[in-house]
Design a protein around this ligand. Structure first.
Ligand code: PGA
Length: 248
């Protein structure tokens, strides 16, 4: 059975003190153990966050595909592993948009993450223009195919995909649960075309203005296995509600 995953993405928010306060509050709640709780935090707090939390695992928000060398300001997969993180978000639309990451670069990162025993959360998503211009399916298909290029079936099943329509990120607008589920089904078919049966084992998350008010409906969809959450993961009480969505 596919894992249910609720992953927070703090983006460039929180200092060390605020991060540790968050964990302290989180640890006072009981979290649904059938859900994998992941917190993708800025690099400077990952190590401390990992040590302080018993009920969740951590993830980075980016990494470089090279092992080491003259890449000022970058972090390697080994460095991410050193923090104790198990996941790494790759190809988030903000990295594609502001830091010009291409599908080819994202693919190199996905391969390096897998070779380093990190679970990549590969983000894909379309702009509003692409959706309205009916390029939606082509754009997503390309991102999935290029992002997962040259993986073995065994590697492919370890990848987590996050479908995040760009127009829904941080805007308060969400795709309808049907739109999100239809896309998830489509992504799984694309993975099946590339890797066969293992597509059934790939966890596919939805992201874009997920909050306690809509998580239950999202998680009730046939093919959505979890959520990647920005804004609503910044406060411990709201993040706990998302993880414990079955109680809402
Ligand atoms: P949001 O961000 O939940 O604030 O829309 C999601 C994301 O960018 O991963």
């Amino acid at each position: 059975m596919r894992k249910k995953i609720i992953a927070g993405n703090w983006k460039m928010n929180k200092n060390l003190k605020d991060s540790l306060d968050f964990v302290k509050e989180l640890e006072t709640h009981s979290l649904d153990e059938s859900v994998e709780t992941v917190l993708c935090a800025p690099f400077h707090v990952l190590y401390e966050l990992g040590k302080a939390s018993k009920h969740m695992v951590t993830g980075a928000q980016n990494m470089h595909y090279e092992d080491d060398g003259a890449y000022t300001g970058e972090l390697s997969a080994t460095m991410v592993k050193d923090t104790g993180a198990s996941y790494v978000i790759l190809g988030h639309s903000e990295r594609r948009q502001y830091f010009f990451e291409t599908d080819e670069v994202v693919n190199k990162k996905v391969k390096k993450a897998l070779a380093s025993d990190l679970i990549p959360i590969l983000c894909v998503g379309e702009t509003l223009e692409e959706r309205e211009g009916e390029r939606l399916w082509t754009v997503i298909s390309e991102q999935v195919q290029k992002g997962m290029k040259d993986l073995s079936a065994d590697q492919a099943k370890k990848v987590v995909i996050a479908y995040e329509p760009i127009w829904a990120i941080g805007t308060g607008k969400t795709a309808t649960s049907k739109e999100a589920n239809d896309m998830t089904v489509f992504i799984r078919k694309e993975i099946e075309k590339m890797f066969g049966e293992v597509a059934k084992e790939v966890s596919i998350l939805y992201g874009g203005s997920v909050k306690p008010e809509n998580i239950r409906e999202i998680m009730a969809q046939s093919d959505i296995d979890g959520a990647l959450v920005g804004g609503a993961a910044l406060k411990a009480d709201s993040f706990v509600k998302l993880v414990n969505y079955k109680e809402i």
